[in-house]
Design a protein around this ligand. Structure first.
Ligand code: SF4
Length: 350
C-alpha cells in the first residue's frame, strides 16, 4: 500500500539526499518558507540577501531555490550559465509580481517619455524577469525592500523621476521616509482607459508609482496596531514596508525582512514585539527569541510561498540524486542579459 511519507521521513530523506549531493548542491530559501525547508537550507535570507548569495555560489553544480518562482529566476540570471537552477514548484507565483506586465509598463513608459521629464524605471524585485530586463535596457534598477530608498535617492540625485513598479505601498512608504508628500507622488493607474491625463500631471511630481500591492501585507489594518498596543502595554510594533502607509505611520519601526529579524534579535530580553509580516517568518522569530514577548500583528500566511512544500522540495533533491530529468528554471537569453544588468546595478548601489 502506498502512503504519504511522514514529516519525519521527509526530513530524513532530505538530509540523506543532501549528503549524497554534497558540495554539488546549494539550497537557498526565503525567510517565509516552511520551517523544515529553512532548516535544510544552506542559506536563508530576504530577497536582497538571496540575490547576493545566488551571485556568489560559484562552486555548486545545482542551486535549489525555495521561495516564490521569480526569486529562482533571479538566481538563474545571476549565477553561471553552466550551473543548473531548480525550483520545487514553479506554480508558486507572487501575485504582486503578476500585477505589472510588460505591455502595460511599456505603454506607461512611452506616455511618460512624452512629458519631457527625465524618468528612470525602478522595479521591485517581486516582478517578472522581462520587467527587470526593461529596467536594464532603460538605465534603471532592480530594488528590494532593503534598498528601495537607496535606489530612489540615487535616481533623484540624477534630477530624474523614479518610475517605481509594481508595489505602490513600498514606493509610497519609501517616498514618505524621504520627506516626499503624497501631493508629489503620481499614482499610475495601469487599468485606466485614458492615462494621458495622468502623464500630463507629472510636471509637479517627484515620484511615479504603479498601483500594485501584496495581499499579505495589506491585510494589516491600523486597528490591528491599535488593538495590540492596547492589549500589551509598551509593545513595539514593527512592520514590513509593503504594509499600507496608515499602518506604517502607527508602527514604531518599519523595514525589510532582514531589518525586522535583526531588530528583534538585538532587542533586550523582556522586550515586547508585534510583527506585521508573513506568519511563517514571525513564528520562527518567536522560536528563536525566547525571553521576549513576540506576537504576530495578525496571522497571515503567504499562500504562494506555502506552495513550496517539503515533499516537493524532497522530490527535486531525489531527482538530482537519481539523475532523473526535471524542469530547470529558465529565463530567455535576452531577458537574462538585461535583467542581469539591472540586478548588478542594484548590487552595486547596495
Ligand atoms: S508575501 Fe506578498 S510579496 Fe511576498 S511572495 Fe507572498 S504575495 Fe508576494
Amino acid at each position: 500500500m502506498e502512503t504519504n511519507p511522514s514529516r519525519e521521513e521527509i526530513i530524513n530523506r532530505i538530509a540523506a539526499a543532501k549528503q549524497k549531493l554534497g558540495g554539488d548542491l546549494v539550497i537557498l530559501a526565503h525567510y517565509y518558507q516552511n520551517t523544515d525547508i529553512v532548516s535544510s537550507a544552506d542559506f536563508v535570507g530576504d530577497s536582497l540577501q538571496l540575490a547576493r548569495s545566488a551571485s556568489q555560489q560559484h562552486n555548486a553544480k545545482y542551486i535549489v531555490f525555495c521561495a516564490v518562482s521569480f526569486m529562482a529566476q533571479m538566481a538563474r540570471i545571476l549565477c553561471r550559465p553552466e550551473q543548473k537552477v531548480f525550483h520545487p514548484n514553479l506554480e508558486a507565483k507572487c501575485p504582486l509580481a503578476e500585477m505589472a506586465v510588460i505591455g502595460d509598463v511599456e505603454r506607461a513608459w512611452s506616455l511618460l517619455q512624452k512629458t519631457g521629464k527625465k524618468i528612470v524605471p525602478v522595479v521591485y524585485v517581486n516582478s517578472r524577469a522581462d520587467l527587470k530586463a526593461f529596467c536594464g535596457r532603460n538605465g534603471g534598477f532592480v530594488c528590494t525592500s532593503a534598498n528601495a530608498q537607496k535606489a530612489m535617492k540615487y535616481v533623484l540625485s540624477l534630477n530624474a523621476v523614479p518610475f517605481f513598479f509594481p508595489d505602490e505601498n513600498l514606493g509610497r512608504n519609501t517616498a514618505h521616509a524621504m520627506g516626499i508628500s503624497d501631493d508629489e507622488v503620481l499614482l499610475w493607474e495601469p487599468y485606466e482607459n485614458t492615462p494621458t491625463g495622468q502623464a500630463a500631471d507629472i510636471a509637479r511630481k517627484k515620484v511615479v508609482l504603479w498601483r500594485g500591492f501584496c495581499y499579505v501585507h495589506v491585510a494589516f489594518k491600523p486597528s490591528d496596531v491599535e488593538d495590540v498596543k492596547r492589549t500589551h502595554g509598551g509593545i513595539n510594533v514593527i512592520v514590513h514596508p509593503e504594509c499600507v502607509p496608515e499602518v506604517v505611520r502607527l508602527a514604531d519601526h518599519v523595514g525589510s525582512t532582514s531589518f525586522i529579524k535583526n531588530t528583534v534579535e538585538n532587542a533586550p530580553a523582556g522586550s515586547k514585539w508585534a510583527i506585521g509580516t508573513e506568519i511563517n517568518f514571525v513564528e520562527r522569530i518567536i522560536t528563536d527569541n525566547p525571553g521576549k514577548l513576540i506576537v504576530p500583528l495578525k496571522e497571515w500566511r503567504c499562500r504562494e510561498m506555502a506552495k513550496v512544500t517539503p515533499l516537493k522540495f524532497l522530490n527535486v533533491l531525489e531527482n538530482l540524486v537519481e539523475g532523473r530529468e526535471q524542469p530547470e528554471v529558465a529565463v530567455d537569453e535576452e531577458s537574462a542579459k538585461y535583467a542581469g544588468i539591472a540586478l548588478e546595478r542594484m548590487l552595486t548601489i547596495s
